[in-house]
Design a protein around this ligand. Sequence first.
Ligand code: PGA
Length: 308
Amino acid sequence: MERTRFHTRQTTFRQLEVFRAVAERLSVTEAAHALHLAQPSVSTQLGKLELALGMALFERIGKRLFLTNAGREVLQGTRELFAALDRLDMRLGQLRGLTAGQLCLGAVTTAKYLVPRLLGPFCKTYPDVEVQFNIANRSEVIRRLQANLDDLYVFSQPPEQPDILSIPLADNPLVVIAPARHPLAARARLSWADLADQPFISREAGSGTRRAIEQHFARFDWTLRTYMTIESNEAIKESVAAGLGIAILSRHTLVHTAPGNLVELDVEHFPIANRWYLVHWRSKPLSPVADAFLHFVAQAEALLKTNA
Ligand code: PGA
């Protein structure tokens, strides 16, 4: 009997997209979350794909999922297929001479204070562009970059790899913050030793802010004793304002804080010098929209000037 070819076996792009999301996370729950689907629909799509191919793509051992050999092949093929479709889309876009389409931007949590300042005027200039802005902490955005999920990324600590291009955007100073009524708030030129007994509130492991702080402390051989770990800059600011402790955050996070709640302490060897970068794979052909965004950002220096 003649075997049917892959594309005639009623395999849909949607099934492959769902498969890729699960295969890259090895979790149906996380893939469902990322795709905004219910878990049963993800499982149904996977079931249909396995049925159409006549092969199991995953093995479940206990609670963990593993790709089978066939699954690994299908993942590789799916990536190649979607990359080819992206290139086709790009060529058609160039033929149309339009800058319409989707811009997928992955950004670290703290960059959410900066990126909208660029996206606002960009979207006014290109009203047909649909932006997908994916925000997560540094380690999660690195995972997105490694899986090639977005067009461009914003980091302050991009991974150092020769095949990754990092274009400097703006300063991202990290400052020590305390509640406005803190007894040390009025003192000038504090040293870290003056603050060492203060309860310190830190971002979570995997955060770029935390990584930059740890590197800074290692440079000076200071000890950092974390009293509380919180995953959100906003919740850290609220906790500091409520008197729970002091923290080190990007000055960008303070831009919309009600005046009078928090102060930046004047501490020797602060702010920690840091920088924002726009990042992409050197070898990834950029879509016309992503290319337009890169050019827009290069000309938009004024938008990046903040009170930071
Ligand atoms: P974070 O990243 O939001 O994960 O702390 C900020 C950064 O990379 O500086």
